[in-house]
Design a protein around this ligand. Structure first.
Ligand code: FES
Length: 359
């Protein structure tokens, strides 16, 4: 005989060859309950830690823990110092490499030291006794909540979080210092002394700026742009910039394409923004700013490879598929006296993600 765990009814094991078949009229082949249940192995004998037996060892462990937390603070400061010591604006590959290596080392040290410190604290100093937590329904009752508070109090007492102030404060310091490199690094991505919105609303394009090839900087004549072709364009002068070249290019990059003039469906107020079927549109996707670089000359569609937004060049680059929410901004162009393509002005709207339109 064996006993059901749930309602205490006796259930007899049904063996095909068995001796006992006392389930009455029921099919004996279905109810099989093993008779040899597991025995509780119990807990292993408690082994005292050296830090429990020897106060000197406990103090040494405490020193190790707060030293690791202080080391984490040093790592965070080191990462910030490395960021300042090797500025990436120099466009020097050596500086970029050193910056990446030292910032990485600093952040690694900061993270590892917090991790090792926390583990060492738990293993060597926090209370070391085995506990048994009986399973119960997940629904919380008042008693459960009170017990939770008790557990927190107990954990606080046993971990010494409130009592060991040096450890606690150094851990808090390490946790506060750890995100600082990220704050400094992200701040460095924004312009330091100018209004970022204003800066992102304007590009290098202005009246008379020649359209030049990316990356050579050679000016493009209208006669160079054959039907069906597409060119990657940057403003004249960008290739020679010594500072901020990438930032300017990220805003001013343009795609130049030639369609048959009768295929172009131009908005009434943009009739003179193109030249003999040649149109120029921002290359920066209005979704999240990837370069829209794939041109399908048969359908006149531009594809952004990041999230597959598609823009119809024949219809003022309106969005025909994908997550982008607005057309690519058009650059008004004309031809100068020597036959070179030039901009008529800057873009008439901010380039890139739609977010900037909201400002
Ligand atoms: S960035 Fe172009 S579709 Fe997302």
């Amino acid at each position: 005989m064996a006993q059901d765990d749930y309602d205490g009814k006796d259930i007899t094991v049904a063996h095909s060859s068995g001796a006992d078949h006392s389930l009455g009229d029921q099919d004996p082949g279905l109810a099989v309950v093993p008779t040899d249940g597991f025995s509780d192995p119990g807990l292993l004998p408690h082994r005292q830690r050296v830090t429990d037996a020897d106060p000197k060892k406990a103090r040494k462990a405490e020193r190790t823990v707060y030293t690791l937390f202080y080391l984490s603070i040093v790592g965070s400061i080191f990462a910030i110092a490395a960021y300042m010591a090797f500025p990436m604006e120099s466009n020097n590959v050596g500086d970029v490499r050193l910056s990446t290596v030292f910032i990485g080392l600093g952040i690694t040290l900061a993270l590892l030291a917090i991790g090792f410190g926390a583990v060492h604290w738990g293993k060597s100093l926090m209370a070391d006794h085995e506990g048994i937590d009986i399973r119960h329904p997940t629904r919380g009752s008042d008693e459960t909540r009170e017990r939770a508070v008790e557990i927190f109090d107990e954990a606080n007492r046993e971990s010494g979080f409130g009592r060991r102030t040096l450890i606690r404060n150094s851990l808090i310091g390490a946790l506060i210092a750890f995100p600082l490199p990220a704050v400094v690094l992200f701040r460095g991505l924004a312009p330091q002394d100018q209004d970022p919105v204003k800066l992102l609303s304007h590009t290098m394009w202005k009246k008379g700026t020649r359209l030049t090839l990316d990356p050579s900087g050679l000016p493009v004549k209208a006669t160079d742009v054959t039907l069906g072709s597409a060119f990657h364009i940057i403003p004249e002068g960008l290739a020679e910039l010594e500072h901020g070249k990438l930032e300017e290019k990220a805003k001013a990059a343009v795609l130049l394409m030639r369609l048959r003039p009768e295929d172009l469906n131009q908005l009434p107020d943009r009739k003179n923004w193109s030249y003999d079927g040649i149109v120029a549109y921002s290359k920066i996707c209005t979704h999240v700013g990837c370069p829209v670089a794939l041109y399908e000359q048969q359908t006149h569609h531009l594809l952004c490879p990041c999230h597959q937004s598609q823009f119809d060049v024949a219809n003022h680059c309106e969005v025909i598929f994908g997550p982008a929410k607005r057309p690519l901004p058009q650059l008004p162009i004309a031809v100068d006296a020597e036959g070179y393509l030039v901009a008529q002005s800057d873009f008439h709207e901010p380039v890139g993600p739609s977010f900037w339109e909201r400002s």
